[in-house]
Write a new protein. Structure first.
Length: 70
């Protein structure tokens, strides 16, 4: 579940935080290389409420990154 959330986070943060987005994507890809059966489409992650709201998730992560919690 977390790796899918990391992958979604990397997509929604890419424009403002490209370095952080790359790190999230690499972390999720490393996990999926070992556990490929756990990768789901973004829409499925949303349906499962792993990421309940893209705007809220983006705002939450952006606020944390702007505060220097990296």
């Amino acid at each position: 579940m977390e790796a899918n959330a990391f992958r979604v986070a990397s997509m929604i943060l890419r424009s403002k935080f490209p370095k952080e987005a790359d790190r999230l994507l690499v972390a999720s890809q490393n996990y999926f290389d070992i556990n490929p059966d756990e990768l789901v489409e973004t829409a499925e992650a949303l349906r499962r409420n792993w990421v309940p709201s893209l705007p809220r998730f983006r705002d939450f992560l952006s606020e944390k990154l702007n505060q220097g919690v990296r």
